[in-house]
Ligand binder design. Structure first.
Ligand code: HSE
Length: 355
């Protein structure tokens, strides 16, 4: 099958390289910016891709919502299968894009959008097909985890750690999405929507790592605790709560020991109990590997195995997420997370949740 790749950055380049060894896959076009066309197979005109009837799969390896979202729609409308690593674009038009794909009989797969190389979407869909999932949480941003790890274990400054994460290809083109929590917001919304079979669309209470300092980490370290940026969602009946924020964890927990660019994602099914998946959450190779797995599913005819229809209607109930909240220097026990987080935001001070 002929394949086109939109974007030739960290992900696109590695997909191109790994696809060379995939049987029955032929890369025929790569969309690249006008000043960067160096090969015959590259084009800066996306219409050449959408209008080519021989192209069966379009890989979206672009960053940010636009024009990725519009390109996904164009590819699906042209009846092409789409594989995307772009969490911002997928999250932006989630149920709409899924419905469009279904109406066109095309596959829309996005394993690489959440947790890099971790097969988390596949497992949530597989388990969710015969079990009811009530909780999803995890360390979902490799850049932030790398930064917090370097600050805690190596005494590195926030700025130095961010520079390293960028040099290693973990950070987004604009790292604001990483450090502000927006990237985790997109991922936890995608994973939770799939887990609960409902297109969640609330304004996610969110705090990134900008207020986390080495000094603050040291205070927790003396108590045998550490800070990790996490996405968390819970569902009870027809209600749900969701958030992204720094979380205080005991040093003995699995999450506390997730180092470097690694991610860990947990989800809980009524029957299976808690499952945890761990692996590299960012970087060219692991992310491209997840894209290749999706392409292979299409080539093997397995792309429609576990579809979600987003038929459940859930209502947000922020009070489902409560625990100890650290607001600046104050400790609020048994507090609703979102209320304390809003207070910290209004005061421009540090916030962390301790479940
Ligand atoms: N910037 C993202 C991260 C890339 O650091 O996790 C993977 O989604």
């Amino acid at each position: 099958m002929k394949i086109a790749i939109l974007g030739f950055g960290t992900v696109g380049r590695n997909v191109f390289r790994l696809l060379e060894n995939v049987k029955d896959a032929e890369i025929c076009r790569v969309l690249e910016q006008p000043g960067r066309i160096t090969e015959d197979f590259m084009t800066s005109d996306p219409e050449e891709i959408f209008n080519d009837p021989d192209i069966g799969i379009v890989v979206d390896a672009l960053p940010g919502i636009h024009p990725s979202y519009e390109y996904i729609k164009k590819a699906l409308n042209a009846g092409k299968h789409v594989v995307s690593s772009n969490k911002a674009a997928i999250c932006f038009g989630f149920s709409e894009l899924a419905k469009l794909a279904e109406s066109k009989g095309a596959a829309l797969l996005y394993e690489a959008s959440c947790g890099g190389g971790i097969p988390i979407i596949e497992e949530i869909l597989r388990v969710g097909s015969n079990d009811s999932i009530s909780r999803v949480s995890g360390i979902l941003n490799g850049t932030c985890n790398y930064m917090l790890w370097k600050m805690e274990k190596y005494g590195m400054s926030y700025e130095e750690a961010l520079k390293e994460a960028q040099a290693l290809g973990y950070a987004e083109a604009d790292p604001t999405a990483d450090v502000s929590g927006f990237d985790v917001r997109n991922k936890i919304l995608i994973l939770s929507s799939l887990a609960y079979d409902s297109a969640l669309s609330c304004d996610v209470p969110m705090m990134g790592i900008e207020q986390v300092t080495k000094e603050r980490m040291e205070v927790f370290r003396k108590e045998g605790k550490c800070i990790k940026l996490m996405g968390i969602s819970v569902r009870e009946g027809a209600s749900y709560a969701i958030s992204v924020c720094p979380v205080v964890l005991p040093d003995t927990s699995l999450e506390a020991n997730v180092a470097s660019n690694f991610n860990i994602v947990s989800f809980t099914g009524d029957h299976v109990g808690e499952l945890k998946l761990y692996g590299q959450g960012a970087g060219g190779d692991p992310t491209a590997d997840a894209v290749i797995r999706d392409i292979k599913k299409i080539l093997l005819g397995d792309a429609f195995l576990y579809e979600r229809k987003f038929e459940n209607i859930l209502t947000e109930d922020a009070s489902l997420l409560r625990g100890t909240c650290h607001v600046g220097g104050r400790i609020l026990k048994d507090h609703v997370l979102s209320e304390a987080l809003m207070e910290a935001k209004a005061q421009g001070c540090f916030f962390a949740f301790e479940p």
